[in-house]
Design a protein around this ligand. Structure first.
Ligand code: GUN
Length: 304
């Protein structure tokens, strides 16, 4: 019987460790969350992030901008937030309304406060294996794999997603740990024959029951990053869970899997941003020998 990887348990453990670490800090970390317009899914996500801040002892600042806001209004706000000492992390919830250039907004956030790790400077560090921040979802996946002692070195990982937020940085983190990585997408020929080669299959497509049993190698680890919502608001992932459960060795549920890990990693990045603003060297936060992201309790220990 496959192991169901428990994102609720692990994210709660990480948030508890972050809270304990914050109790030792001279200041309270601050996270600014910008939301433009009234996209219902974005509003739910932002609510969740603010709840996490409260649980961790991070001060949250929500900035809700009108749907008709102009690019320069958002840029002006970001400029103010970049210069505020009580704000250590800034995120702008995506997607943005039509007419606003997403990259202009993301690249305006100071790299030191870019806790989503979307800025080119931070993504460049990820490629280099010289981590500033780690992008939240890929980092959450690595934490999950490490927590369940899944070997990464030498494994073939297939990622069905090639976005800048998930697929590409995920491939970098895995490659930096000596996995062999294939990235699949909508133009990939004979997808199931590729996914069947995966020791670890990571999927983020957004289609219910997209990954079926015949696409999974017996004994594979299956990580479902997708979060879709049906007409009744019920959350679903990509994986036909019940049938894949019968063949895989480990699987993440949706909900209760990687979504919660992503949120916990945002809290972790915000704590790191605050610690760096206080003068901590991030080499005390990320282990340098194998670049392996490590559990918060170790990474945040004062004498690590
Ligand atoms: N929209 C969907 N996922 C994300 C995320 O991780 N960060 C931001 N800023 N917006 C998102």
């Amino acid at each position: 019987m496959a192991v169901i990887m428990n994102g609720k348990l692990l994210s709660n453990k990480i948030k508890q460790e972050i809270r304990e670490e914050i109790n030792f800090l001279e200041i309270k970390p601050g996270l600014a969350v910008i939301i433009v317009g009234n996209d219902p899914s974005s509003q739910i996500y932002v609510k969740g992030k603010i709840k996490d801040c409260n649980e961790c002892g991070i001060k949250s600042f929500e900035f809700s901008l009108n749907h008709n806001s102009k690019e320069e209004d958002i840029l002006k706000l970001i400029d103010e937030l970049n210069n505020r000492e009580d704000i250590h992390g800034i995120i702008c919830q995506l997607p943005l309304p039509e007419g606003i250039n997403q990259q202009h907004i993301i690249q305006a956030i100071s790299p030191e406060k870019d806790v989503d790790c979307f800025h080119f400077e931070n993504l460049g560090r990820v490629i280099n294996g010289n981590y500033g921040f780690l992008p939240c979802t890929p980092q959450g996946v690595m934490y999950m794999l490490d927590y369940y002692n899944i070997t990464i070195t030498g494994k073939h990982v297939v990622i069905v997603n090639h976005s800048n937020i998930v697929g590409k940085p995920q491939a970098m983190l895995l490659t930096n740990r000596d996995a062999t990585v294939s990235i699949a997408h909508k133009a990939t020929y004979a997808l199931s024959s590729l996914t069947r080669l995966a020791d670890i299959l990571i999927t983020a497509v957004g289609k219910k029951n997209f990954i079926k049993q015949h696409m999974v190698k017996p004994g594979a680890v299956v990580i479902d990053v997708a979060i879709g919502r049906d007409n009744e608001g019920k959350i679903y992932g990509d994986v036909a869970f019940d049938e894949v459960l019968e063949v895989c060795s480990h699987i993440t549920p949706v909900p209760g899997g990687i979504g919660l890990m992503t949120r916990a990693m945002l809290m972790r990045n915000t704590l790191i941003a605050a610690k760096r603003a206080l003068g901590y060297d991030y080499s005390t936060i990320v282990r340098q020998d194998d670049n392996k992201p490590i559990l918060a309790s170790k990474s945040f220990s004062k004498n690590y």
